[in-house]
Every structure is written in C-alpha cells, then in structure tokens.
Design a protein around this ligand. Structure first.
Ligand SMILES: [Zn+2]
Ligand SMILES: [Zn+2]
Length: 142
C-alpha cells in the first residue's frame, strides 16, 4: 500500500510505493540546522518515489553526498537526496513530518546520537549509531 505526503502549501506532493514501517532520526549538525530541530526521515529508493510539483523544489547541495530539497514557495523541508555515485545514489530520505498520515509508524533508529542536544531524548529502545560509527559504515561524513 502506498503512502502520500507533501509540503505545507501543497505545491509539492509525493507518493511512495509502500507505506513506511520505520523512521530514523539524525542528530548531525547539518540536519539540525536544516530542519530547525531533529530531522526524522523515511527512506526510499529513487524509483519508489513519484513527485508532483517538482518545479517548486529547490535543491541545496549540502555536501558531496547529497542535496537537500525544499519547497520554494512555503519553505517546507522535503527530503535529503543522495547524489554521490555508489549504492545509495538516488535514495530519498523523506521528512517524516511531511507524510499525510504519520500515525502508526514507529521511530526505530537514531544516528549521530553523540551529537544529540541535551534538551530532548526519544523514548523506547532504538538502534543508535554515533558519528564515528556512521562514518565507518558509509566512509564519509554526511
Ligand atoms: Zn510548499
Ligand atoms: Zn544528519
């Protein structure tokens, strides 16, 4: 079953091929600044995402790894899009909060957990990775 979402003003909408079953949070500095809080995302491959209103998407290349895409009318952050050649190219880390119906989807992991500010923490047993563990896995900073 597919799921849908979009930005605040509705100019950009998307459909993903399957309803998400898990969510990941990232506490890295780039995600913190970009989202203005904590960035939580659902992950899809390029061919699993259909976008309408793509002409309203602005793209900011935040690193050699990826660009961050947002609505150029309302400013909603939409997704982190991997541009680096390799096995993850084209992956969309879509902002969890942009889903039309975010109910019933558990938060299952948090990365850059050693960078998490003191003011908040998530409940429950989550998979965690530190910055060093993320870099060891992916070979380069986000
Ligand atoms: Zn918008
Ligand atoms: Zn991040």
């Amino acid at each position: 079953m597919s799921a849908t979402g979009g930005c605040l003003c509705g100019a950009v909408t998307y459909t993903v091929s399957d309803k998400p079953t898990k969510t990941g949070a990232c506490h890295c500095e780039m995600c913190r600044r970009w989202s203005g809080g904590v960035y939580m995302a659902i992950h899809y491959k390029e061919d699993e995402v259909t976008i309408k209103g793509g002409e309203h998407i602005s793209r900011y290349k935040s690193s050699d790894w990826a660009e961050r895409c947002f609505c150029n009318i309302c400013g909603s952050n939409l997704f982190y899009h991997v541009t680096l050649d390799g096995p993850y190219k084209g992956n969309h880390h879509i902002g969890f909060g942009t889903l039309d119906d975010p109910k019933g989807i558990p938060l299952t992991s948090e990365i850059y957990v050693d960078k998490r500010p003191d003011g908040y923490a998530f409940a429950g047993e989550l998979e965690t990775m530190t910055e060093a563990e993320v870099i060891a896995l992916f070979g380069s900073p986000e």
